[in-house]
Ligand binder design. Structure first.
Ligand SMILES: Cc1ncc(COP(=O)(O)O)c(C=O)c1O
Length: 359
């Protein structure tokens, strides 16, 4: 960051932004990347680029963060919420086809906890019905589906570098553009509807207003912070995987006794150790567990509330019961998971859980 200040250019699209873009292109072979100020912004860019408008329908899992839906609501689309799988919180692909109508424009798979959705099935459906696929890869940096990086499979991928993620810049995000047809317009929308990026590359001799857009690009200070994180990617990832594996090993005996379920990673997916969660047997047991953890100074927290029954959307939902989603909303709990966590910290959390289930 100090270097960014020394370079004397701290607004967006400078040296550190380019370094980050190059890093992602080289490491993951993403075709085109644009840093944004959040994953929410990346989703909004995807919704604009995908020309989502009033009357369109977009299929989204109900068990997700509000931003996955918000970007499309802002364009005037109707959200058709899908249920999760029984054995993991990702969208249940087997139910999607029945949700597709002539108005469906896009599917938004969310790779929950950085674990891949079954992308081959989603891409096949998208090809059959001519739909856009916008991967919500907010939690999915450095995670793969059958060897392919998440965020690089659909037409667009949207990442978050919010401070709660594996790789952070306070607030921050990135849009990947995996279909060349969107390349030029993506830069224009990124830079307030102007062709400024082309001007800076010397491709045009002045720039002006050519389309809609917004100020989606982050400052060089954010990009410089992000780049320092990227330089430590392998170290960060291997530390997180150690923590995740320790939890898994220590808690397996309790899971085998049936007290809760551990995360399940399908064969086609890798684990980027974004999150360690348990699925309790009931809402009451989860509440007790969270309370016990709090009494022991351990921050265990639940996650999403079902979006289809949120205050904003419940009147607009078509009434389908999304029971797996509701189950995760009521029974899933996340255990502490952060880079600085030591073995002793993991042991302390697991000891508290063991005591809880001996009661
Ligand atoms: C699945 C999902 N999508 C989108 C977002 C929004 O990310 P951001 O805070 O970078 O806008 C989050 C945030 O946690 C998320 O979990």
């Amino acid at each position: 960051m100090y270097q960014a200040v020394l370079f004397g250019k701290i607004s967006g699209n400078g040296i550190f932004t380019k370094k980050c873009h190059d890093y992602f292109v080289n490491r993951y072979r993403f075709k085109k990347c644009l840093l944004t100020t959040s994953c929410t912004d990346a989703l909004e860019m995807a919704a604009i680029l995908g020309d989502i408008k009033v009357g369109d329908e977009v299929i989204i899992p109900s068990y997700t963060f509000v931003s996955s839906a918000l970007a499309f609501i802002r364009q005037g689309a109707k959200i058709v919420f899908a249920d999760s799988c029984a054995d993991n919180p990702n969208i249940n692909i087997d139910n999607i086809e029945s949700l597709i109508t002539t108005r469906t424009k896009a599917i938004v798979p969310v790779h929950y906890a950085g674990v891949a959705c079954d992308m081959d099935k989603i891409m096949d459906l998208a090809a059959k019905y001519n739909l856009l696929v916008i991967e919500d890869a907010a939690q999915a940096i450095d995670s793969f589906y059958k060897g392919r990086p998440l965020g690089g499979i659909g037409h667009f991928g949207c990442f978050s570098f919010h401070e709660t993620k594996n790789i952070i810049s306070g607030e921050g995000g990135m849009l990947t553009i995996n279909d060349d047809a969107f390349n030029r317009r993506s830069e224009i929308i990124w830079e307030k509807g102007t062709n400024r990026a082309e001007f800076f590359r010397g491709e045009v001799n002045k720039y002006g207003w050519v389309d809609v857009g917004s100020s989606f690009l982050p400052s060089e200070i954010i990009a410089a912070f992000l780049y320092a994180q990227l330089e430590n990617m392998d170290n960060i990832q291997s530390k997180r995987k150690e923590i995740w594996n320790s939890y898994y090993e220590r808690l397996s005996p309790l899971a085998k006794k049936g007290f809760f379920k551990l995360p399940s990673i399908p064969d086609y997916a890798t684990n980027n150790a974004h999150m360690f969660y348990l699925v309790c047997r009931s809402y009451e047991e989860r509440s007790n567990l969270i309370d016990t953890c709090r009494e022991n100074n351990i921050l265990a927290v639940f996650h999403y509330m079902s979006l289809h029954s949120s205050e904003y959307y419940k009147g607009k939902h078509d009434g389908r019961i999304l029971s797996n989603c509701d189950n995760y909303a009521e029974c899933l709990v996340r255990l502490p998971m952060y880079y600085e966590m030591t073995d002793d910290d993991v042991t302390r959390v697991c000891d508290v859980l063991e005591l809880e289930y001996k009661k």
